[in-house]
Write a protein of this length. Structure first.
Length: 285
């Protein structure tokens, strides 16, 4: 009979793998500094401090590039809500909790560099951005009910999707510094996805059927974080139209790399429930 474990058991048994991967993550992560990527010499005061307020002609970015960075700020700046939701699923002690802190700090660094860049270069309306940031923070984020393995698989997908978004922003090639920033964020996201990917791989060694079921259930319900943009538009639709992130390409760009790494098609350790989940997954893709 296939083995099943509850979330408490899995938290305990996967903790050594989390510890190992947290150590690897910190060793591989580049300790880059947000202030190094902001062109401070372009900055000047706004009217409140005797300078000049923002006007549209001051921005040197295209609408697409400005939109991509704005979405990046709003998603990353909402990190307290994501921190809370992730913390609900992970033990608030030991390596799990240290990972939550590390991930939160990295995401906050993303918000810092993007917002500072946008303010200093006057790439977007600062008042509109601040109002959108306030609205997004008040709206917050609530993760749908998930078991631990579902949350881990979902996080692997979310970080991979974020990396795709940042890679595509860099590929616009309109501003060399924006490309550097976006690639820096994408590298962080790739490493974060790798962390979750490795924990899911370890879960396959413990409970293959449960893990396959968790992956299938999250792919079926997967949706990238979206934000409400000024004017009432939704970031998902706008980014898709702009070619920054298209949900129609998730199968190829987000799911497929992770499914290959987990050897989903070639696994021979599944019981009847795992095989059923794999069949459902094949139908979804």
């Amino acid at each position: 009979m296939p083995i099943e474990k509850n979330d408490s058991q899995l938290l305990s048994e996967l903790a050594p793998v989390v510890d190992e991967n947290l150590t690897r993550h910190i060793a591989e992560a580049d300790g880059w500094q947000p202030h190094d990527l902001v062109p401070w010499d372009q900055g000047k005061n706004f009217a409140f401090m005797g300078g000049t307020d923002w006007s549209a002609d001051q921005s040197t970015l295209s609408d697409v590039e400005a939109l991509a960075l704005t979405v990046g700020v709003l998603v990353a700046d909402n990190v307290p809500a994501y921190h809370r939701e992730i913390a609900k699923h992970l033990a608030q002690v030991g390596p799990w909790w240290r990972w939550v802190g590390r991930w939160t700090a990295e995401e906050n660094r993303h918000s810092i560099v993007l917002r500072n860049y946008l303010m200093v270069t006057r790439a977007v309306d600062p008042v509109a951005l601040e109002r959108a940031r306030m609205d997004e923070m008040v709206r917050g984020y609530a993760m749908p009910p998930m078991h631990l393995l579902e949350m881990l698989a979902n996080s692997a997908f979310e970080e991979k999707a974020a990396a795709v978004r940042h890679h595509n922003t860099a590929a616009l090639g309109e501003d060399p510094l924006v490309a550097v920033i976006a690639e820096r964020l994408a590298t962080d996201d790739e490493l974060q996805s790798l962390f979750y990917r490795n924990i899911v791989e370890a879960a396959f060694e413990l409970v293959p059927d449960q893990t396959m079921r968790a992956i299938a259930s999250r792919i079926e319900a997967f949706d990238v974080p979206s934000v409400a943009l000024p004017g009432g538009t939704d970031s998902t639709a706008v980014l898709a139209e702009a070619g920054i992130y298209d949900p129609a390409q998730q199968g190829e760009k987000v799911f497929a790399p992770l499914l290959r790494s987990w050897n989903i098609a070639g696994r021979t350790d599944l019981g009847p429930e795992g095989e059923k989940a794999r069949d459902e997954l094949s139908a979804l893709l």
